[in-house]
Design a binder for this molecule. Sequence first.
Ligand code: 5GP
Length: 198
Amino acid sequence: MTAQGLLLVISGPSGAGKGTVCRVLMSRQPQVRYSVSATTRPPRTGEVEGVHYYFKTQEQFEAMIAQDKLIEWAKVYDNYYGTPKEPVMEALRSGRDIILEIDIQGAFQVKEKYPEGVYVFIAPPSLEELRRRIEGRATDATEVIAKRMKAAAGELDQAGKYDYIIVNDTVETAALKLEAIVTAEKCRASRLSSLKPY
Ligand code: 5GP
């Protein structure tokens, strides 16, 4: 029996802690790969090309769109973000699990193409807590923070369209829940179709 790779799509408001929860999952489940997105957003302090993002100019990004090199793309807070197609296809072809940490517009585009993916929304415990976390990060300008807070309310309204919602009270419990979802999805009968009946 060959198990199929799991396409795991994670969304949630900026500051909800998606990145941290995903990193904990990957440290516990090393077979899970991370899809590195392309973006026109400038790098934040400490962000590394090819690790956190592929940083592109607008022209470069638009060329990727024109050449159909992205599974999905969206404009988020005035910048382009998109998922390079080939690494995702390669992971799934070779049975490896891959995480896409993308916004809701992108997640819905991927869901159209890959309904068999697993769609998880990571929510903050409250909007007040979200603001505290975004301000605490201190990497964004005040107007960017305001935009992110406004977007968060709209994103939370869409959470019910995902397969799972995890409220990120603590990273530890949120990561445990995500790991439980991955484990359960890998046991789903429809993913084990090549298993011969007893
Ligand atoms: P940040 O600038 O904080 O790294 O990300 C801003 C938002 O863009 C987050 O909600 C993040 O999930 C989303 N994002 C990151 N990469 C992608 C991508 O490849 N596609 C889409 N649609 N959204 C992305």
